[in-house]
Design a protein around this ligand. Structure first.
Ligand SMILES: [Zn+2]
Ligand SMILES: [Zn+2]
Length: 228
């Protein structure tokens, strides 16, 4: 069967020995050692600062989140992968990328106590059209990679909202207000809140607010890509 359907890298479509997944070269391209991300806002910072990193703008400010984990910038190769992962056939790619975040950012997941993973719920119409919720597929790979529980029922959509893409900064905050409500109960101390792309962070802040109001101690958003 391998001869008929040779294993193909989900990133570059080249043939390689393992399946399913990303080839060595694609993994190296993604896990850049030269750049880190601010734990407050997710914007790039010099990697020498990553362990405690806060950018100039976040320094001294009360953080919106307890920590923020970003895989990379929304550009070039990662942007291509995000678009592929958000397509109809992107479920497996998102899971593989979730695994990669668990592996390449493992230091940022330490010291968080009992952890569960959840995802920003997608409006059901969009999930139906796409056949999957990319954030949930990513969350599933992350939970498996970290060996922790995936709990997708923690947040529910309270109402449908306008698409965030294309809205101005202030419009995004207004559009997302009241979009989520509390779902399942949990005994977790920290929730890893997964989304595919972070732009202003309005969606993550709104979701974190609902989870915190439900009594969860720490919310750590985990995003695949941060727009500049
Ligand atoms: Zn590849
Ligand atoms: Zn910052």
């Amino acid at each position: 069967m391998d001869w008929l359907h040779p294993p193909i890298c989900l990133g570059c479509d080249q043939q390689f020995a393992q399946t399913p997944g990303l080839c060595e070269q694609c993994q190296t391209k993604l896990a850049s050692k030269k750049i880190g991300f601010c734990l407050g806002c997710g914007l790039p910072v010099p990697v020498s600062l990553t362990a405690v990193a806060k950018c100039r703008l976040c320094h001294g400010k009360a953080p919106h989140f307890d920590r923020l984990v970003v895989m990379g910038e929304y550009k070039d190769f990662l942007r291509q992968l995000v678009l592929k992962g958000k397509s109809k056939s992107g479920e497996l790619l998102m899971e593989v990328l979730g695994h990669l975040i668990a592996k390449s950012k493992k230091d940022l997941f330490k010291g968080l106590g009992k952890v569960e993973v959840t995802a920003i719920p997608s409006p059901w119409v969009r999930t139906l059209i796409r056949g999957h919720n990319p954030a949930a597929s990513l969350a599933s790979g992350l939970a498996a990679g970290l060996g922790v529980r995936l709990n997708l029922g923690l947040l529910r959509r309270a109402r449908s909202t306008a698409r965030q893409a294309g809205l101005p900064k202030h419009g995004r905050k207004v559009a997302i207000h009241g979009a989520f409500k509390k779902g399942n109960r949990t005994a977790a101390e920290t929730i890893l809140l997964v989304d595919d792309v972070m732009t202003t962070g309005a969606t993550l802040k709104e979701a974190a607010k609902v989870l915190k109001a439900g009594g969860i101690g720490k919310i750590v958003p985990v995003v695949l890509a941060r727009t500049p």
